[in-house]
Design a protein around this ligand. Structure first.
Ligand code: NAD
Ligand code: ZN
Length: 350
């Protein structure tokens, strides 16, 4: 779990005070700022002191192990150690910050730690400040990375942030489509968690709240307002808490294959898959389609049209490798339900 949580409009301005007790003599605070904010007003509000440094996090692609290693190695060479890593941005920047913090205190490459509970040492102090709502990356115990052989998180007890600052005002100017795709990540987390076999009361309590908030934002309202940003930020938090004690399911397992082969981004990839899996989530998919229509969003079609057998096989291998996700969605005998042939048929529809 996260050690410290601050929530509220304008709470970004408490950052100086929040970081003060964590500053170590001579060791800088490193701010990883989503490149979207380079040169923007938010950048000038970062409380830079002494030899602190602000790096623009390049999130053109979702985080790769090579990028994490490059940043961590640079920081180790340059400063020995740092006081902390502060991620400010969407899910990609938050994941990058978590991973770089861990790699400051763990040997080798981040690719060595893709999996469950492989990380050996706690990272340096890390704080996360989301500027998009939906992924739950601000609360989760994973950091999703694309490595040389797989796309898989560094899942560990050392992965969660020490501190998060939830300031809904930071999400205000996100483009409509991006806000929807990332918001739907949260909606899909809820559907997958609440219908999954791993569900327990902990996950259910958070999942139901997150779902209620998603509906307020994407179903009930006719236009976006400040309250929508407030609600979606809490939906993301609660949705993340829900999957912390359960798992995601079919949409994520299939979307991981797309992202590994085609580089499809997490939020949009989940939406592309969700559009075609009414067999597994009948009510969730109907409601999803209603939200797509109401919010006037286009979901890409035909993205697997011209792929080769080999490419389909790659996606199928990546997807079927996500065993806990399938087991959560379909139960212990999931391999009998989701055969390679069935998964190929599904990919062909996307
Ligand atoms: P993102 O971080 O990939 O950002 C998408 C785009 O939005 C980028 O171009 C970014 O620069 C821009 N952006 C960010 N904030 C903005 C703002 N306020 N206004 C305008 N543009 C803004 O998007 P995301 O959907 O938040 O995150 C997806 C990533 O999160 C993926 O890498 C995925 O693997 C990861 N993820 C992690 C977890 C986890 O538990 N760790 C869970 C789900 C997803
Ligand atoms: Zn997700």
């Amino acid at each position: 779990m996260i050690g410290y949580v601050v929530y509220g409009r304008g709470s970004f301005d408490q950052l100086d005070e929040i970081l003060a007790p964590h500053r170590k003599e001579g060791a800088p605070m490193i701010f990883l700022l989503d490149h979207y904010f380079e040169g923007k007003e938010l950048m000038s509000r970062i409380p830079v002191k002494g030899n602190d440094k602000v790096f623009a996090a390049d999130v053109t692609y979702e985080p790769k192990t090579t990028y994490v290693d490059q940043l961590a190695n640079y920081l180790k060479e340059q400063y020995g150690t740092v006081s902390g890593i502060i991620g400010i941005g969407g899910g990609s920047t938050l994941d990058l910050a978590k991973a770089v913090s861990l790699m400051m205190n763990n040997p080798g490459s981040s690719a060595d730690y893709q999996g469950w509970d492989l990380v050996k040492n706690p990272g340096v102090y890390k704080a996360g400040i989301p500027t998009l709502s939906g992924t739950g990356a601000e609360v989760s115990r994973t950091t999703v990375l694309t490595g040389p052989t797989r796309k898989l998180g560094m899942n560990s007890d050392f992965t969660p942030f020490d501190q998060i600052v939830l300031d809904p005002a930071l999400t205000a100017n996100a483009p409509v489509n991006q806000r929807f795709y990332t918001g739907m990540d949260c909606y899909i987390h809820c559907i997958e968690s609440l219908t999954g076999t791993y569900l327990n009361e902990f996950s259910k309590s958070y999942g139901e709240k997150a779902l209620e908030l998603c509906r307020k934002v994407f179903v009930d309202k006719d236009h976006w307002d400040d309250e929508s940003d407030d609600q979606l930020m809490m939906a993301s938090y609660a949705g993340g808490m829900s999957i912390a004690y359960s798992q995601v399911g079919v949409a994520h397992a299939v979307s991981y294959g797309l992202s590994y082969l085609l580089g499809t981004k997490h939020g949009i990839g989940n939406c592309i898959v969700m559009d075609h899996i009414e067999e597994f989530y009948p009510e969730g998919v109907i409601e999803f389609k209603r939200m797509v229509e109401k919010n006037k969003i286009e979901i890409p079609q035909g993205i697997c049209k011209s792929l080769s057998d080999e490419q389909f096989d790659t996606m199928i291998n990546v997807s079927l490798g996500m065993k806990p996700l399938w087991e959560n969605a379909l139960g212990k005998d999931w391999e009998k339900v989701m055969t390679r042939e069935k998964l190929r048929e599904l990919y062909e529809k996307l």
